[in-house]
Design a protein around this ligand. Structure first.
Ligand code: NI
Length: 254
């Protein structure tokens, strides 16, 4: 069965707090979903929805909101993470895509969440967009004993290599199926198979097969199929290895 390692199932686009998605998991061939927090509210909602069987949570603050990353919030995340269904800290990182961003504030917020994850001995879910240089500078002298994942990876083969050597997995989502994702497809062909994870980032980044619709964790099967095509493997092979990888990284998934 498949694991969607990155989805936002409590997003208001679903209108039911993720209930329909969770009910459909057995027929969608989904063994587990990790619901990812982007700020305080969505992190609390992720922990709440993770009360359901086979749903897990990550708590963290997206680089869009560095100003909310305070010591008080880190303390709150620390107590949330006592819950065994919280499998990671994230998503956090750097995002310089939009015109107005505070680089120093983003780097500081990333460093605080890195420290939190280290203290809690949890893996990290990184969101990095248009900020590869600063991110590589950040990780260069850091260790990742519990590992982590580069969510929705869109960098080069060289960048992927640096991340993999640091113990960071590379996660692919619906973007991998787009015609203009040649670089990402090259990465998916070349990185070690045991460092690949599947994700959707639902409700965003719908795979090409369902373009125009809201994205769902069930559509992670299209990402599996694309990787199988790129690497000359069967869908079953990709499914079993990526599910095993997800359980290796996210040790709290039972
Ligand atoms: Ni996300």
């Amino acid at each position: 069965m498949l694991i969607d390692t990155h989805a936002h199932i409590t997003d208001e686009k679903y209108g039911d707090g993720g209930k329909g998605i969770i009910e459909a998991m057995p027929r969608d061939n989904l063994e587990a979903i990790i619901c990812i927090g982007c700020d305080r509210e969505s992190s609390l909602a992720a922990v709440e929805v993770a009360k359901n069987p086979n749903v897990y949570a990550a708590v963290g603050v997206h680089p869009y909101y560095p100003e909310i990353v305070t010591n008080a919030l880190m303390d709150e995340f620390k107590s949330l993470a006592q819950n065994e269904k919280v499998v990671a800290i994230g998503e956090f990182g750097l995002d310089y895509h939009h015109d107005e961003y505070d680089r120093d504030a983003q780097i500081k917020a990333m460093a605080m969440q890195y420290e939190l994850a280290r203290e809690l001995k949890l893996p990290m879910v990184f969101h990095v967009r248009a900020a590869t240089g600063d991110f590589i500078d950040f990780i260069r002298d850091k260790a990742f004993p519990e590992g982590g994942v580069m969510h929705c990876f869109a960098g080069s083969v060289e960048t992927a290599d640096i991340c993999v050597k640091k113990g960071l997995y590379i996660a692919f989502g619906g973007k991998l199926t787009y015609r203009n994702s040649k670089t990402t497809q090259e990465v998916a062909k070349k990185i070690p198979l045991d460092m690949i994870l599947l994700e959707t980032d639902a409700p965003y980044l719908t795979p090409v097969e369902k373009i125009g619709q809201v994205n769902y964790p069930a559509f992670v099967s299209y990402v599996r199929d694309k990787i199988a095509e790129l690497r000359g493997m069967t869908a079953d092979e990709v499914e079993s290895v990526t599910t095993k990888n997800a359980k290796t990284l996210f040790k709290r998934i039972k």
